[in-house]
Ligand binder design. Structure first.
Ligand SMILES: [Mg+2]
Length: 383
């Protein structure tokens, strides 16, 4: 079944409530999604994570090399894109473009074969997922601590079993918010912290040691993603598990992270690290190193659904009769591009996601809404 057309779309939406974290402020969401059309009219949707205009350029670069190829041969198409780009794009946004096309092909393949992607990956080993709520970003409000506390309580009321908060404003301020949120949600809800590589090793170990008493599920991106040894030293000097990997690409990037014994949990983004095809390989690599994989996810229901199907297929590590449900990131921040443009088949109840059985990813795109947010690009922003 030949690939006939590849159409990237850049969607833009100005946020009602701008927010910030340790690195910069968001006032806009901008996302590149892609539709891959096959010769019989079947189509699949994909999404790339990162600067949308660059992802779009990458998709346009790959398109002529894969038009006419058999959409069912997802690995063959993947390899063609990988080899066409490896001389000058062994990581970064071109990998996100490759990921977007790969996700779309898996969606189309599922529709063609009338099977969900999770079954095509080898089976649904985890029919129920307990995602963690991502939120608790900073906003320019008079009482930031109260805003964070109320938001954390809301996730608990919605049934989430775990929540991740941002840190990276300085050790004292971080600890003030960690303490307030832990008190607000009680001791039975997991709480993770994410500094988005705001700290150097000494600062990170200082925060980690002082935060240990708040029972932190993991400390995400404590130091620069380039500082593999800083990651390792931190792991050896705190009881808090260390997570990272949203800035890594392909199996080779994750091998560096794992070879350096940098993390307890790896966090590939399926819409960036190489698509469903490559993240399945990365999951195998992680299992060889006896590390858990918890996908990073930040975008529309296309990217979220890709993560759901991948997690559904993950091996239990270690296996046991009474296991915790696997988890993944579920961004709860304002995102009209996610909520208006895309729809999904995932049942959500009391903090649990039930893996959908609809063909492909089980996502739909509302074309009227897509056209509404399809705005001519004015400037490139990382959103
Ligand atoms: Mg993160």
């Amino acid at each position: 079944m030949k690939i006939q057309k590849i159409e990237p779309f850049v969607l833009v939406n100005k946020l009602d409530s701008p927010f910030y974290f340790s690195q910069w402020e968001y006032d806009t969401r901008k996302i590149c999604i892609v539709r891959v059309l096959l010769e019989d009219g079947t189509y699949g949707w994909g999404e790339g994570y990162g600067p949308a205009g660059v992802v779009k350029a990458g998709i346009e670069f790959f398109a002529p090399f894969i038009l006419g190829k058999n959409a069912l041969e997802t690995e063959s198409v993947w390899q063609e894109m990988y080899l066409r780009s490896m001389d000058y794009a062994r990581s970064g946004s071109f990998t996100a473009a490759l990921s977007a096309i790969d996700i779309a092909l898996w969606d189309a393949k599922g529709k063609l074969l009338n099977q969900p992607v999770s079954v095509l990956l080898g089976g649904v080993k985890n029919p129920v997922i307990e995602p963690y709520a991502t939120g608790l970003y900073f906003e320019r409000v008079p009482d930031l601590k109260n805003k964070l506390v109320e938001e954390a309580k809301m996730y608990k009321a919605e049934g989430f079993k775990s929540v991740k908060m941002k840190v990276g404003l300085g050790i004292d301020e971080d600890l003030e918010y960690i303490s307030a949120i832990r008190e607000a949600i009680g001791c039975n809800m997991k709480l993770m912290i994410d500094s988005n590589h705001a700290y150097d090793y000494k600062e990170a170990v200082d925060l980690a040691r002082k935060a240990e008493k708040y029972n932190i599920g993991w400390f995400e991106e404590p130091v620069s993603p380039e500082d593999y040894k800083g990651y390792k030293r931190l792991r050896e000097n705190t009881t808090i598990p260390i997570a990272g990997g949203e800035c890594e690409y392909y199996k080779h990037g994750f091998k560096r992270l794992l070879d350096n014994d940098s993390v307890d949990i790896i966090q590939p983004d399926i819409a960036a690290a190489g698509g469903i095809t490559e993240v399945k390989r990365i999951a195998t690599l992680a299992s060889v190193y006896h590390k858990n994989l918890v996908p990073h996810s930040w975008g529309t229901w296309i990217a979220i659904s890709a993560a759901v199907h991948l997690v559904a297929n993950l091996d239990k590590n270690p296996g046991r009769m009474y296991d915790e449900k696997p988890t993944m990131e579920l961004d709860r921040t304002e995102n009209a591009l996610r909520d208006d443009v895309t729809a999904h088949q995932i049942q959500m109840e009391k903090g649990q996601l039930f893996v959908p059985s609809a063909p492909g990813l089980g996502v739909d795109v509302n074309e009227d809404e897509l056209n509404r947010y399809l705005i001519a690009e004015t400037k490139e922003e990382y959103v």
